[in-house]
Design a protein around this ligand. Structure first.
Ligand SMILES: [Zn+2]
Ligand SMILES: [Zn+2]
Length: 379
């Protein structure tokens, strides 16, 4: 018969290892593989390994069990094969974890906060709006008013833990006898048992339900702003107080208005003749169509600022501006008549094809590259 040495292999010791060697191997490996000491993504692997190590040590550190294992027997036979060495216990004993003073848990607990995102268009974000949120949430069970018990019944004291909500267990470990407390499995730590649960909520005291919650969106909100609605979140287990609901604003992009803080930007294109002669054009804004005056001799790339037609400011009053970026197009694909007209215009203005003027830095009519350059310097 081939001797089974698996447990020795797990601890990485020889089959004749003494107590001290076993203990050292166990200590070192436990430290190395402890799930709390390793990255979360390795938790599953570590937990399995840690459990293997603990079980191997549990058997090999006990002379009687070790002998039975060495001779091919069941190391736990003396205990009727029923003793279960709890993984949690060794963790508690070894690393000082494990809760004491737990006592029974309250059935009634506070509900969770909830977050819902609401998409607004730019006008709604600017002027505020009223919305109705239709959401699924946990509500108090009306049948049992949150108690979780069938009508006329009450929870009874747990027979296993006698209402303490926890059970004690004495385990042997390398540091001697250790008393560990753990939540009572029979009552999940509540200390009481609902033997006749409400059929509507299966004893949870709450049910899923759809709710319509009105929410007032204030003026001037922007993406990422959150509106807190106290008590509009999920009702807690056992009919506990509801958490809060957070309404997070998400601003939908506008077709032609671009937001930059409290200012808005719009970009328009006008023909060269309008730019030369000056004109009035209408642009669409959040406040409806607005007249924009283009002065004669308007230079492409310059802006016209419409005061107070930007976004509303969230706190305090007032609004940002609407900045109109004006691009001037140069006519192409001229017919004969248009060509003649432009030629006579050039002639009338004394402009020749070879005319060139070099922009000087700081020149006032230069809104192009040097204009921007100048602005950057004067800031
Ligand atoms: Zn119990
Ligand atoms: Zn119920």
């Amino acid at each position: 018969m081939v001797k089974d040495t698996k447990l020795y292999d797990i601890l990485g010791v020889k089959t004749d290892a003494n107590e001290k060697e076993l203990k050292k191997a166990y200590f070192d490996l436990s430290k190395k593989w402890h799930p709390d000491r390793n990255p979360p993504e390795k938790k599953e692997e570590c937990t399995k390994k840690f459990q293997e190590i603990s079980e191997a040590y549990e058997i090999l550190s006990d002379p009687e069990k070790r002998q039975r294992y060495d001779t091919g027997g069941d190391p736990f036979s003396q205990f009727g094969g029923g003793q279960n060495f709890g993984f949690g216990d060794i963790m508690d004993a070894f690393f000082g974890g494990g809760g004491s003073n737990r006592g029974p848990r309250a059935r009634m607990r506070a509900g969770q906060d909830a977050l819902i995102r609401v998409e607004l268009d730019l006008a709604e974000a600017c002027f505020g709006t009223d919305r109705e949120l239709n959401l699924e949430t946990a509500a108090t069970c009306e049948k049992c008013s949150g108690s979780g018990c069938a009508t006329g019944s009450k929870p009874s004291v747990c027979g296993i833990c006698k209402g303490r909500g926890e059970t004690q267990q004495v385990t042997r470990s390398i540091i001697g006898q250790v008393m560990t407390s753990r939540p009572c499995a029979a009552c999940q730590g509540y200390g009481s048992v609902i033997s006749d649960p409400c059929l509507e909520c299966s004893g949870d005291g709450r049910v899923r339900s759809r709710k319509v919650i009105p929410v007032k969106i204030p003026v001037g909100v922007e993406t990422g702003n959150r509106i807190q609605m106290s008590g509009a979140g999920e009702v807690g287990p056992g009919g506990g107080p509801a958490g809060d609901l957070y309404v997070e604003i998400v601003e939908a992009p506008h077709d032609f208005l671009v937001r930059e803080g409290n200012n808005l930007h719009i970009s328009i294109v006008i023909p060269m003749t309008s730019a030369a002669l000056g004109t009035k054009v209408k642009v669409e804004t959040l406040d409806g169509p607005q007249e924009v005056t283009i002065k004669s001799g308007f230079v492409s790339g310059n802006t016209v600022i419409l005061k107070d037609l930007g976004m509303s400011k969230l706190r305090g009053n007032g609004r940002g501006d609407l900045i109109v970026h004006v691009e001037v197009t140069t006519p192409g694909k001229l017919n004969k008549e248009q060509e003649e007209l432009l030629k006579s215009l050039a002639k009338s203005r004394g402009e020749k094809g070879e005319d060139v003027e070099i922009h000087r830095r700081g020149s006032t009519h230069s809104a192009g590259f040097f204009g921007r350059f100048r602005d950057a310097f004067n800031r």
